[in-house]
Design a protein around this ligand. Structure first.
Ligand SMILES: [Fe+2]
Ligand SMILES: [Fe+2]
Length: 511
């Protein structure tokens, strides 16, 4: 091999290894192969062992001025070829050895009806042909390279021995480059697949937050785009790179991953008494037992009074007492049912009434004294706002720290290395009042602030807790602005979010 050719091959090797887009790589391989062997035309097929076919990928024909590519999902320009030894490409793929033919119209042993049909349709004349296998790192044939019509000046000649040598060297470089590109693409798809699965798992964990993850990711992307489009220097002409936007997208998809380890009955605790099921039903049953006790006692008293020959006045008193006791029971039960959903705050008079009810007792079937309400029920029903006990709230809040902990264990590629940090910052506030770390403005990059705005907005407009109503848009904007004025959210981002109609874009995207 000449020094010149060797130098050229080395350069090609470097160029090919720099290209990671498979389609562009294939184009480049074909171009280089044609240039090295002075071939007028070239075709590349991809081996599909499962289907027993060679799929057409690209064709370049300099004389006809054609460049065709077989795109995914579209009918290919050239049909697929059976992976069988009758046709030359099939043979090369199966035998894993090159075939050099002087004239396809005179050669025997292979079915050349395909090239001839191509000639008939295009008016081309296919003569010399060099067909080579391309192997991957596991020495499997992944592609077949067909070089057609070697030229010497204006003349079409056979492919020389040197051409065969050069083309083989190139095919082996192409194999390595293609393997690398495929491995990189496979890794990307694998990571993307895992991220999607995790995002769906978080969304499906709670019926109340269904769709939250996707919406927050979209809202963050729109807000980041609005920052990029901002020309007034508000963000010091900060423009997110493609890699940064991708990092933000993945952080959005994974920001609530920590919720996976929180039990459903805490994440979804819809009422104060809920604990896998809503214990208000136990109280209802207990109250019906108490009611029955009241009825029985009244009847027993009436019976005794009648036996003693007591007058109707006494019976009326017993009846009145029975009615009062029942109506008090009914009113107490409906009070408990009212405070259970946690929609209204517990004023001191309500707490007092709760304790009054809890202090009462009744006798069960065994004649044992039982309180109207257990200690745990009283504790839960006393929750001043919402349905969560302090430890349950802490458990839910811990999801942000859990997100950081879980995500930090994923070896993200370098350009995605900030994913755990951005994801973990979504409940932090600029004034240090957020969680889990109480970070302050200087520690919160723009991406983290974007995610925080998107997360709060969605929580407001989509009702993230069962007892919380979803706010209308203008009310949500008002709350965002007050959060910004209070120094918790980035004011510039909140104004940009509202001003650039990020929420409307989301609504349009959702159709
Ligand atoms: Fe969260
Ligand atoms: Fe969230």
């Amino acid at each position: 091999m000449h020094d010149q050719a060797l130098e050229r091959l080395t350069r090609i090797g470097i160029d090919l290894s720099a290209e990671h887009d498979v389609d562009r790589l294939l184009e480049q391989i074909l171009e280089e192969a044609r240039a090295l062997t002075s071939a007028e035309a070239a075709t590349l097929y991809q081996v599909d062992t499962d289907a027993g076919l060679l799929h057409f990928k690209i064709l370049q024909n300099e004389r006809l001025g054609t460049r065709m590519a077989g795109k995914k999902g579209r009918a290919s320009a050239l049909p697929s070829v059976p992976l069988s030894p009758e046709n030359v490409s099939g043979y090369v793929a199966l035998a894993c050895e090159p075939v050099n033919i002087a004239d396809v119209y005179e050669a025997e042993g292979f079915d050349f009806s395909g090239p001839r049909e191509y000639d008939r349709l295009t008016g081309y004349r296919c003569r010399s042909m060099l067909v080579l296998p391309i192997q991957n790192h596991e020495e499997e044939v992944i592609g077949v390279l067909q070089l057609i019509n070697a030229r010497r000046g204006r003349e079409i000649v056979d492919f020389s021995r040197e051409s065969v040598q050069l083309a083989r060297a190139l095919a082996s470089q192409a194999g390595i480059a293609l393997t690398n590109a495929h491995l990189i693409q496979d890794l990307k798809s694998l990571l993307e697949g895992l991220i999607e699965v995790m995002a769906d798992a978080i969304d499906e964990k709670s019926a109340h937050t269904a769709g939250h993850i996707r919406r927050v990711t979209q809202l963050s992307a729109f807000l980041a785009e609005a920052v990029n489009a901002c020309e007034d220097g508000l963000f010091d002409r900060r423009a997110f790179t493609q890699a940064e936007l991708e990092e933000l997208r993945i952080a959005g998809l994974l920001h609530d991953i920590g919720k996976i380890v929180i039990p459903e009955h805490v994440v979804d605790k819809a009422t104060k008494l809920e604990c896998i099921y809503d214990r208000i039903h136990e109280i209802r049953t207990r109250f019906s037992v108490i009611r029955r006790g009241v009825e029985i006692r009244a009847l027993e008293r009436k019976l005794a009074a009648t036996g003693n020959g007591v007058g109707t006045a006494e019976i009326a008193v017993i009846e009145e007492e029975r009615r009062e006791a029942l109506s008090e029971l009914e009113s107490d039960l409906s009070f408990l049912e009212n405070i259970n959903p946690g929609g209204e705050s517990m004023a001191p008079d309500r707490i007092e009434r709760l304790h009054r009810i809890a202090a009462r007792s009744y006798r069960d079937d065994q004649g044992c004294e039982q309180p109207y309400l257990t200690e745990n029920e009283v504790r839960n029903l006393s929750i001043p706002r919402g349905t969560l006990l302090p430890e349950e709230l802490a458990r839910i809040r811990a999801h942000a720290a859990t997100s950081v902990r879980l995500l930090s264990r994923i070896p993200f590629p370098r350009k995605l290395r900030n994913v755990p940090r951005i994801a973990g910052d979504h409940h932090e506030a600029l004034d240090g009042s957020g969680y889990p770390f109480g970070k302050t403005a200087g520690e919160l990059p723009l991406q983290s602030r974007i995610l925080a705005v998107a997360d709060i907005f969605d929580a407001l407009t989509a009702s993230d807790r069962p007892y919380k109503k979803a706010y209308p848009l203008d009310e949500a904007y008002r709350i965002l602005r007050s959060e910004a004025a209070g120094g918790r959210l980035d004011e510039r981002l909140v104004e940009l979010f509202i001003g650039s109609g990020v929420a409307h874009r989301l609504a349009e995207a959702a159709g």
